[in-house]
Design a protein around this ligand. Structure first.
Ligand SMILES: [Zn+2]
Length: 79
C-alpha cells in the first residue's frame, strides 16, 4: 500500500490483510485504511505484488499484525 501524498509505502502479506479486515466483501483494490502519517485514505493506493526469490533473499520488510487493540470511546452525559 502506498500513500501518494507523502510517498510512504508499506508491504503486507495478503493472508494477513484477509485475516484482519472484518468485512468479507471488502474489495481487494480498495485500501482498507488510510495513511498513518497523513491521516487520510484519499491518496492511498493498493497494488498486488508477488516478490521474487531474489527480492526475498535481499530482505523485504513486511508489516505483520502483532495483536488487536480494543479501545473504549467515552463521552460525557448529563444525568
Ligand atoms: Zn501519507
Amino acid at each position: 500500500m502506498r500513500c501518494d501524498l507523502c510517498g510512504r509505502t508499506v508491504n503486507y502479506w495478503a493472508e494477513d490483510l484477509a485475516k484482519v479486515i472484518d468485512d468479507p466483501f471488502h474489495e481487494a483494490h480498495v485500501p482498507p485504511w488510510g495513511c498513518g502519517q497523513c491521516a487520510t485514505i484519499d491518496y492511498m493506493s493498493i497494488r498486488w505484488h508477488l516478490p521474487s526469490a531474489q527480492e526475498l533473499a535481499a530482505g523485504l520488510t513486511v508489516r505483520r499484525p502483532v495483536r488487536q487493540v480494543v479501545k473504549w470511546i467515552w463521552r460525557d452525559e448529563r444525568v
